[in-house]
Design a protein around this ligand. Structure first.
Ligand code: SF4
Length: 437
């Protein structure tokens, strides 16, 4: 098969993997114009120091021996199949790299023959790149769960980042929808990578000799293919961050690609707003020192579609506000909507030298429009505001957000329609207008 044909087939099959931050999509409406895109893909990822890098995203093969219900590449699907050779992937990567199109490679694979054989092919590819071609660029590779430990280790020395996809948020769903996968096998390589990194960190000489998964590991969860609540998903992400020190958990709104009685109907829209809320909640776990049980609970297991999770937490705990910025701890400042880690640090530094006034907060990076309902400065609050949680909710939702919500809502024929309580929103907005007059 011609290389161009393989690229076309495998780029199409790879686009559902979101373990790097953006994926190539085809935009036929603008074909031939500046900005038109192709599915054969360059995607973006972030290195451990926060830099954004462009990666050539390839699937090594889509000839899978497994039959995961949610996957386009499952063996029972009749789709064109293709497999690269290690040399082809290495040559392609170098070609793109030398032309300055990419800074690295994102290599994933379906399971060909068996897990060890697939891992050996990936290792061979990376060895050609690293040793024969001297490629020092960034490589993100998908580890194959269930592969021999020695192979996982070898791959770890060749790649910058490794990811092992959890795929579904519970063992029950995995059993049902990915019957060939052994749930325990998914977590074993994560544990192995974490332990190995710890071992190496304790011996400085070893650390210098060879770097092992220097950019850490990540994972991906598919959202909306199985019935787990948002709370259950956030809890799993929290455990993964704590237990395996993952750099990122990616959430991928399920795109129905297969007609299957165990899955949402093929006409179901991907739950994009839910995915967005999960990323916001993930941010709270990683940078705002929230726990999963604070963001959501078993009583309220799903996200508020009107408000981001931090604002939602704040209005649910309105009795804890206002927080006085002159005396609050760093952790307390982080809880205030409109204050992020950087502005919280700015506040701590500035207040050492002078008494803060509300008018100072904007200069320190605080988003006043959001923070004004939750802060005080030396006991003083923003004049003229009504401090009632209902009122605050209505004020925090802008007309633009309202329009977006309406649009997302109308796109979703499933759960979001019932959760988006337009009537209640309209009532609150009317109340707001009455107060304003
Ligand atoms: S193992 Fe499952 S999810 Fe992965 S490519 Fe094969 S069928 Fe798809």
């Amino acid at each position: 098969m011609e290389l161009a044909k393989k690229i076309e087939i495998l780029a199409e099959s790879a686009k559902y993997d979101v373990s790097c931050s953006s994926s190539g999509v085809t935009d036929n409406t603008r074909n031939g114009t500046v900005g038109s895109t192709s599915a054969a893909g360059i995607c973006h990822s972030f290195t451990s120091d926060g830099r954004c890098v462009s990666l050539l995203k390839l699937l090594f093969t889509n000839a899978c021996i497994f039959d995961c219900h949610y996957c386009i590449n499952r063996k029972s699907n009749t789709i064109p199949r293709a497999t690269f050779t290690p040399q082809e992937v290495a040559d392609l990567t170098m070609d793109f790299y030398m032309r300055n199109y990419i800074e690295g490679l994102f290599l994933s694979s379906a399971i060909i023959k068996n897990v060890d054989y697939t891992s050996e092919l990936l290792i061979k590819t990376l060895k050609i790149l690293r040793y024969e071609k001297g490629f020092k660029g960034y490589i993100h590779v998908k580890a194959i769960p269930g592969a021999d430990e020695k192979l996982i280790e070898e791959l770890g020395y060749l790649a910058d980042r490794m990811s092992i996809n959890v795929e579904l948020p519970s063992r029950e769903s995995l059993k049902l929808l990915a019957p060939d996968k052994e749930p325990f096998a998914l977590y074993k390589p994560m544990k192995q990578i974490t332990q190995k990194k710890h071992e190496l960190a304790q011996v400085p000489a070893l650390r210098k000799q060879a770097s092992f998964v220097p950019a850490g590991q990540s994972t991906q969860m598919i959202i909306g293919a199985s019935p787990e609540s948002d709370h259950a998903i956030v809890k799993i992400a929290e455990t993964l961050y704590q237990k395996y020190e993952l750099k990122r958990v990616y959430y991928s709104a399920y795109i129905p690609v297969n007609q299957d009685s165990l899955l949402p109907a093929i006409t179901t829209d991907p739950p994009l707003l839910r995915e967005h809320r999960l990323y916001q909640a993930d941010w709270l776990l990683r940078f705002y020192r929230f726990s999963a049980d604070e963001i959501l609970s078993e009583d309220k297991p799903n996200f508020n579609l009107y408000l981001d999770p931090k604002a939602n937490w704040a209005v649910q705990h309105y009795e804890q506000f206002p927080i006085d910025v002159q005396t609050a701890s760093y952790d307390q400042l982080l809880r205030i909507p409109g204050i992020g880690p950087k502005s919280a640090l700015n506040i701590l530094k500035a207040r050492k030298y002078y008494q803060l006034h509300l008018s100072d907060l904007k200069k320190l990076g605080v988003v006043i429009k959001r923070a004004q309902y939750f802060v005080s400065c030396n006991g003083a609050r923003q004049a003229g505001l009504i401090h009632d949680p209902e009122w605050v909710i209505a004020s925090l939702i802008s007309s633009r957000q309202y329009e977006t919500l309406k649009q997302v809502n109308s796109q979703s024929r499933q759960e979001q329609l019932t959760l988006f309580d337009v009537e209640r929103f309209e009532t609150t907005k009317r109340k707001e207008a009455r107060y304003a007059n």
